[in-house]
Design a protein. Structure first.
Length: 86
């Protein structure tokens, strides 16, 4: 590979730090958060409009709501972190 031009150096540097990882969520922590606040408030923060409509249409008990939001949050926050650095 040829030496990078000055304009491409930052792009190459940013690309070199990207990797694959595993994100975990502690469901009881999400459950405690939902118990303190309205679950809809948290749902609006982590769900897209389409996911929020789906969540509203499902007849979920508290455990199912917690799992649904936990899974979406573990996907949402890393993406937001990456996008905020762009």
């Amino acid at each position: 590979m040829d030496a990078p031009e000055k304009g491409n150096f930052r792009l190459l540097a940013a690309m070199s730090i990207l990797g694959i990882g595993v994100d975990l969520v502690h469901v009881p922590r999400i459950a405690a958060l939902l118990a303190r606040r309205n679950p809809r408030h948290f749902a609006r923060k982590v769900l897209s409009q389409k996911e929020l409509q789906e969540w509203d249409s499902l007849q979920l008990d508290v455990t199912q709501q917690t799992r649904f939001l936990a899974v979406r949050s573990v996907c949402c926050f890393p993406i937001l972190g990456v996008l905020s650095k762009c």
